[in-house]
Design a protein around this ligand. Structure first.
Ligand SMILES: NC(=O)c1ccc[n+]([C@@H]2O[C@H](COP(=O)([O-])OP(=O)(O)OC[C@H]3O[C@@H](n4cnc5c(N)ncnc54)[C@H](OP(=O)(O)O)[C@@H]3O)[C@@H](O)[C@H]2O)c1
Length: 262
């Protein structure tokens, strides 16, 4: 059976670009693209129309456990396995702006950000890990001997600002905390899902600063050569995914392949 990739948060930005990239593979791969509002995801609908029979769009608001559980049941019935999951969805903050200091912090803002960015991907792993354990481990250009070491891959899209060791500027409390929590989920998952066989490999990947809505209010402060298109970022991230083996599980990597300090 063809490889099956699930991109969570596929309506726009990096997630949509991952779908485009995977659909361009020579080896046919099925794409399950989840988003919280399929009717409003017009770019995703157009992409699905360009690739008849290869894209399954499912409604998943990642903050809703029932949505995730329901999607896993549909995927189990339709595909019986998943080879790769990319958790791409995130918010900077419900206001659209990161906190500059404590005065901007609100309990509700922090909780919403944590639920979407960290709890959601963890709950995804809960319901989809049995399907990843049924994966073939073959994805993209992975050589067979590497692929044999694991049945599936979870990629949690993180951010450099979620590195405690790298934090010299402060601010953005909720977003930073959510990505730290996401990274801990990646590490914990790599341990639990890396025991025994079949193994599921889990990594956090930082895509660089992207020309997307999430960071748009801050783009004027970013040098042009450091503001990446989603195409540029996905090409690099897919090269990392292709090169993964079980020894690399439980870590965070930046778009250029360098390991991020926790
Ligand atoms: N942009 C950057 O500079 C940058 C830098 C470092 C890391 N990242 C990370 O890269 C990833 C992709 O970000 P992006 O730049 O593509 O952001 P984006 O263009 O703002 O897209 C965010 C995506 O997340 C989805 N989303 C938000 N809340 C959701 C929820 N509750 N359930 C399901 N989907 C939800 C959005 O769906 P709707 O269309 O329904 O809103 C949208 O598809 C994120 O994890 C982000 O933290 C981005």
């Amino acid at each position: 059976m063809a490889a099956v990739a699930l991109v969570q948060g596929a309506s726009r930005g990096l997630g949509l670009e991952f779908c485009k990239h995977i659909l361009s593979f020579k080896a046919p791969a099925a794409v399950i693209a989840t988003c919280r509002n399929p009717e409003g995801a017009t770019d995703l609908a157009a992409l699905a129309a360009q690739h008849p029979g290869r894209v399954t769009v499912l409604k998943v608001d990642v903050s809703r456990e029932d949505d995730i559980k329901g999607a896993a049941e549909v995927v189990k019935k339709s595909f019986g396995k998943v080879d790769l999951i990319i958790n791409s969805s995130a918010m900077l903050h419900p206001t659209g702006k990161g906190e500059t200091g404590l005065r901007d912090v609100s309990a509700q803002g922090a909780i919403s950000t944590l639920i979407t960015n960290a709890v959601g991907p963890l709950v995804m792993a809960k319901y989809f890990s049995p399907l990843l354990q049924k994966g073939s481990g073959l994805f993209g250009q992975q050589p067979l001997e590497k692929a044999k070491q694991h049945s599936g891959i979870i990629v949690n899209i993180t951010a450099r600002v979620g590195s405690i060791g790298d934090n010299a500027l402060g601010g953005w409390y909720s977003y930073r905390m959510s990505k730290v929590a996401l990274n801990m989920a990646t590490r914990n998952l790599s341990i639990e899902l890396g025991r025994g066989r079949p193994k599921v490999l889990c990594v956090s990947l930082h895509p660089g600063t992207l020309n997307t809505d999430l960071s748009r209010p801050y783009h004027r402060n970013v040098p042009k050569d450091k503001l990446f298109s989603t195409q540029h970022s996905v090409e690099h991230l897919m090269a990392i995914i292709d090169s993964l083996n079980i020894d690399k599980s439980g870590k965070a990597y930046a778009w250029d392949g360098s390991e991020l300090p926790w």
